[in-house]
Design a protein. Structure first.
Length: 98
């Protein structure tokens, strides 16, 4: 199964945080056997920055599984591979604030 982890990091936004989160994102991609795609160029400059996440549609078309992670996420080293907990052709979303 071809997997890709996508993360939007444009204009070197908050580099101090990125230096902390990027290693955990990179480790997770490696752990699950996924490629890591850092989206770092704008394709929709007339729209809000959030729309840059839509680049995943084109970038991910040749993968069996695509994961979009925010650049400010820390991933626990033991976090499972999403493909082991979701069925093919399903979409999962998680948004938690504690």
């Amino acid at each position: 199964m071809k997997k890709c982890v996508h993360v939007v990091y444009i204009n070197d936004y908050f580099p101090e945080l990125w230096s902390l989160t990027y290693p955990s994102i990179s480790h997770y991609a490696n752990k699950i056997g996924a490629e890591l795609n850092v989206i770092n160029q704008r394709k929709f400059p007339d729209w809000h920055m959030y729309y840059e996440k839509m680049q995943m549609y084109e970038c991910g078309r040749y993968y069996d599984a695509n994961f979009l992670l925010d650049a400010d996420i820390l991933i626990h080293p033991n976090f499972p591979d999403f493909t082991t907990v979701t069925r093919p052709h399903h979409i999962a979303f998680n948004d938690n604030f504690h």
